[in-house]
Design a protein around this ligand. Sequence first.
Ligand code: SF4
Length: 465
Amino acid sequence: MACEIKEKERIGTINPIFTCQPAGAQFASIGIKDCIGIVHGGQGCVMFVRLMFSQHYKESFELASSSVHEDGAVFGALDRVEQGVDVLLARYPHVKVVPIITTCSTEVIGDDIDGVIRKLNEGLLKEKYAGREVYLVPVHSPSFVGSMISGYDVAVRDFVKYFAAKSRNGESNGKLNLITGWVNPGDVKALKHLLRAMDIDATVLFEIEKFDSPMLPDGSAVSHGNTTVDDLRGTADAIGTVALNRYEGGKAAEWLQSEFGLPTIVGPTPIGIRNTDTFLRNLRTLTGKPIPASLVEERGVAIDALTDVTHMFLADKKVVIYGNPDLVIGLAEFCIDLEMKPVLLLMGDDNVNYKNDPRLLAMTEHVDWKMEVVTNADFWELEDRIKNGGLEVDLILGHSKGRFVAIDNAIPMVRVGFPTYDRAGIFRHPVLGYEGAIWLAEQMSNALFADMEYKKNKEWILNVW
Ligand code: SF4
């Protein structure tokens, strides 16, 4: 009995866990203020992605499409990018940042977006938009490699690479770069709370707290990220970088380290007590700021809350986890700390680095029950094991796309990750930090309690815990 890391053996995918690279690049782009990305491809590459963002966050977001048609797919469609940039700038006078995000079709036909950006910079921007601050950023995100995870990672790196520049005096701005990865507004709030408690001035990349937008009297109906061009530029003058996730923002952190020599720490994703402790210690190392008593107390509240449910209800429960890799690994580590037994982790793309991830390798060394980590996985890997392989599962953790496996097999499920659209307000709650640890443990417990009620578990019904 041990933990094994393996790749899905079948060719083809049945019910994918992730969508494609441009989706990740689009998510990064909506985190930037005064930015509207143009996705260079068919309209569906934007429409369905935008819909998914809206379903998850219950807000509207602005993204554009170059809307490539048959003729463009055969003869090239760079003219659509040129027209798209012009129309976008004319219609949205506030827009400064326009990433040109490629897709499978436009990468296959070989459209040279770097070349067309040079042409637009020399021509249209000088002639028609002279004096206006506009940045056209190429983002290559062909969908035939990677997934929305690598698309996000690449886009975050490309935005940072495009803008980051040392100030003239070369002095540090005293700020810490905090690259969050693909998180929810609730996580950003929780992270800012931890930073505030430690009196740390940070540039949060990308700052998406307002994806939980207020409805204001001015009637504005569109949500925007809050990372500015100056924020991105200033990343080069920071005192250091912490990237919470290895696969979502890790590339940008490594680039900042190699280009500007910034002290950099990648991971661990601060899910659960152990990883949040490490995160705070990392903040202390990079900034020299002490961990205050208020956070020690907050930690104590979390441990108390976990103690209430761990041994009695969560211990030994068999869990399946799927979704974004850093989230999956962080959740698995947290479950193990709660005496639960992750039996299957599904990573939805073919990133070859998963098999060397130290966090997964630690599981292969320490886990003493049968556990599988499947890369390049789809939902059939889960469904087949339950229906035909005798896999016993007490709880599923993952996003809404996998809910039918839970529903069909009457397995309790906690919605976590992206996209979650069949439960209210998930985006509002953090999974990160001590606060997130409490929320996760109590969600898991409540899901198990409700399941015991539905299944008329006498012991639970008579229980007065
Ligand atoms: S797979 Fe290709 S065509 Fe489909 S949404 Fe992704 S980029 Fe667009």
